[in-house]
Each structure stands twice: as structure tokens, then as C-alpha cells.
Design a protein around this ligand. Structure first.
Ligand SMILES: [Zn+2]
Length: 414
């Protein structure tokens, strides 16, 4: 295939992806209902429901503008061969290939972050603020940015360095070695997520002794869940939206509850949410999810290895010669339809797992409390209760609220 043809294919993928996403967002916006389904009618009163619809309409309009702008920029950058030009320009200053690649990606990362900065700012300090979600300050916003820059530089830069060094040293067999390395890195990131990375952004404090702690401990004993610690995270410093998760591959399990969650839910609801998380562990969703992402990474790396030294990929992006890191970019773009499809299957699997975790919580604890918790969560987060079915099918990692509630109700003890 000529570089010109490859470049047209990339542009066609970009355009298709853009149009498809806009149609989906439009369908989703249009599917909002004037009145809620009967089962969900107690979540919002009329005013709150109006507020949730206004919120989603405003988020959608904002999304239409930002995706149009980023589409224009991406399309322009590819169509003009800017990436090839920029990379070639850098060769005058940096002879070392790997170092040049790191500067190349870092410059693109910074440029795109600066371009999108006004939108990130508007999203947090205008839209989220208007609906009462935002708790962040301008100072915190920029401190977060600084920290994520540093983290991306260390982790992203390190991974890129290893990848490019392996490609330079052993050619297209790099994928096997890199697969081993990246799997170990993924494992370590997962293992140290709560103890190393979360504390960079948030404060974790152990849950105090009391009614909630007792209820959690006695539930975990009952289902033989190897709980080591329960933390409260100060999510409230950024947003009033709430969540819960637990982490730890292997024997040591930590549960992390958002302070905003603890504040707004009863003890029964919190234990029900926790029971759902325990369900993910008991049904082996965490281990299987991890194994699946390792396998998926291996497959992608293998396919990448077939194209890594093909000059026409770099040339399609405007470079006069082969450049391995430009090939990475072109590969990423050519692979995007396949990753979309993989994403749909992963969401299908994830939704199946959510139903199983709900079922586990209903069987070992209390389905009614879980339903109450879900409704409470939806109302505080102004969740969209009537997404378009096709939109939900493609994009949702969790089943829509109504389906989850119907499923829990259909179980015997709920
Ligand atoms: Zn879940």
C-alpha cells in the first residue's frame, strides 16, 4: 500500500469515528424522557429531574463543541503531514532516536494539553460548579496537572524508553520481551495503586471505629473476605460526586470509600455497596479482568510487531523516512476500529460482571439496601437514567440503573 493510501485510510477512520460518535451522542440526548419510568420515580422530584436533564443537555452541548474542535485539529495534523514534519525537524536537534521519540511525544502531550486547557477549566469551574459538584480550587486544579505531568513523564517516559530500546536492540521480536515487561509494570501499578499513587492526589485515612466499621467487619467475616484495611478518601476536595472501590491483587485487600459516599448513605447502603465490590472479588472478576488485559496487550503487541519497521506508515504521516515512533502513532490510528470493537466486547463483559456482583450482594447481604444505595447514588450524581439503548450498549461499562434495579428485584430475596 502506498503512503498516500494509508494516509487516506487514517483520515477516513478519523472522520467515521467522529461522525459515529456525534450521532450516538445526539441519539442519547434525544432519548431523555419528560417523565421518569415508574420504578425510578422516587429518585428525583420534578425540580431535581429537570436539573439532571439540564445538566446532561449542557454536558452534551459542551461535548459537541470540544469533539468538533479536536476532530478539526487531528484531521488537520494528519492531512498536512505535520507529525512527519515535526519529527523530521527534531532530528536536526536530537540525533538519538529514543530521546527524540520521548521529546516528540512529550511535545505533543503538552501541546494538546495547552490547547484543551480552557475546556478542562470550563468543564470544572463553570459546568460542574453551576450544578454544585465542583469543590476544587484553581490552585488544586493546577497542582493536579503538575503532578500528572510528572507521573506521565516518569511512567510514560520510562515505558516508552524500554519499548524503543527493545525495538532498536532486537527488531520485530521485541514484542515478546516488551509483553513480559509491561505485564510486570501493570501488575506493580495495580499493586501499589492505593499505597503509592492515590496518596499523591488524596488523603487516605483509616475508617474510625464505630457502627459502620463494625458492620463492614462483620459482613466480611461472614463471607470470608480477607479484608486488611478500610480507608476513607477525601474525594470531597474535588467533587461532591461519590464512589467506592477496592484494591489489592493477591491476599491483602483494602477498601476505599469516598467521604462523600459515607456522608450521604446509611450504614446498610454502604455495606451493600461494599458487598457488591466483594462480589467482584469472589466471582474472580478482578483476576480474570487482569488476565484478559494482559492477553489483549500481547495480541496488540504481536500485530504491532508486524508493522513496526514498515516505512510507508511513517511516510503516511509525512515523514521522508522510517521513524519507529511515528509508526507507533500510525499503528494506533489504524488499529482504532479494532480497539473500538474490543471495547464493546469489554463493556459487554463488564456489564455481565456488574449483574453478577449485584446478585452476590443481594444473596449475601440485602438487595433492597443495594437498590436504595443505587438510587441514592444516581440522584446525588445526577446520573442519566434514560440513556439511548444503543449508546448504553456501546459505551456503558455498567448496566443502566433501571436494568440493574429490575435485575436485583427479580432475585428471590430482594
Ligand atoms: Zn461493580
Amino acid at each position: 500500500m502506498t503512503p498516500q493510501t494509508i494516509s487516506y485510510i487514517i483520515l477516513a477512520f478519523l472522520a467515521f469515528d467522529y461522525v459515529f460518535e456525534q450521532v450516538m451522542d445526539f441519539l442519547n440526548l434525544k432519548s431523555s424522557k419528560k417523565t421518569l419510568p415508574a420504578e425510578l420515580s422516587d429518585i428525583y422530584n420534578a425540580d431535581e429531574y429537570q436539573k439532571s436533564q439540564d445538566y446532561h443537555a449542557e454536558r452534551s452541548r459542551f461535548g459537541f463543541i470540544t469533539s468538533a474542535l479536536s476532530f478539526i485539529i487531528y484531521f488537520g495534523v494528519i492531512a498536512t503531514g505535520f507529525l512527519g514534519f515535526w519529527d523530521h525537524y527534531l532530528t536536526q536537534w536530537i540525533a538519538h532516536d529514543t530521546l527524540r521519540a520521548i521529546v516528540f511525544f512529550a511535545s505533543l502531550y503538552i501541546a494538546s494539553d495547552i490547547l484543551t486547557l480552557p475546556f478542562q477549566y470550563y468543564s470544572t469551574f463553570v459546568i460542574e460548579e453551576k450544578y454544585g459538584f465542583n469543590k476544587s480550587s484553581v490552585k488544586l486544579f493546577f497542582m493536579d496537572k503538575l503532578k500528572s505531568y510528572l507521573l506521565s513523564a516518569i511512567i510514560g517516559g520510562g515505558i516508552l524508553w524500554i519499548l524503543l530500546s527493545l525495538i532498536a536492540a532486537i527488531g520485530s521480536n521485541f514484542w515478546i520481551w516488551f509483553w513480559v515487561v509491561i505485564s510486570v509494570i501493570m501488575f506493580l501499578l495495580n499493586m501499589f495503586y492505593t499505597s503509592v499513587f492515590v496518596p499523591l492526589f488524596n488523603k487516605l485515612s483509616p475508617l474510625e471505629e464505630g457502627e459502620l466499621k463494625n458492620a463492614i467487619v462483620s459482613y466480611c467475616e461472614k463471607v470470608k473476605f480477607p479484608l486488611t484495611q478500610v480507608f476513607i478518601i477525601d474525594g470531597s476536595k474535588r467533587s461532591t460526586k461519590s464512589n467506592a472501590y477496592f484494591s489489592g491483587i493477591g491476599k491483602k485487600k483494602k477498601i476505599v470509600l469516598f467521604d462523600t459516599l459515607v456522608e450521604k448513605h446509611s450504614t446498610e447502603e454502604l455495606v451493600a455497596v461494599l458487598a457488591h465490590e466483594v462480589g467482584h472479588y469472589k466471582k474472580k472478576h478482578i483476576v480474570s479482568g487482569f488476565v484478559l488485559s494482559i492477553l489483549q496487550t500481547g495480541l496488540i503487541l504481536f500485530i504491532l510487531s508486524l508493522f513496526i519497521n514498515t516505512p510507508s506508515l511513517s511516510e503516511a504521516l509525512g515523514s521522508p523516512t522510517l521513524s519507529v515512533h511515528l509508526n507507533l502513532v500510525a499503528f494506533g490510528m489504524l488499529f482504532s476500529p479494532i480497539s473500538e470493537v474490543i471495547g464493546i466486547f469489554m463493556n459487554l463483559l463488564s456489564r455481565k460482571n456488574e449483574y453478577e456482583a449485584d446478585q452476590y450482594a443481594a444473596e449475601t447481604y440485602d438487595g433492597k439496601a443495594l437498590i436504595k444505595a443505587l438510587k441514592n447514588l444516581a440522584s446525588h450524581n445526577l446520573s442519566n437514567l434514560t440513556p439511548h439503548p444503543l449508546f448504553a450498549f456501546i459505551n456503558y461499562s455498567h448496566p443502566p440503573m433501571l436494568k440493574r434495579i429490575q435485575h436485583i428485584k427479580s432475585l428471590a430475596n430482594a
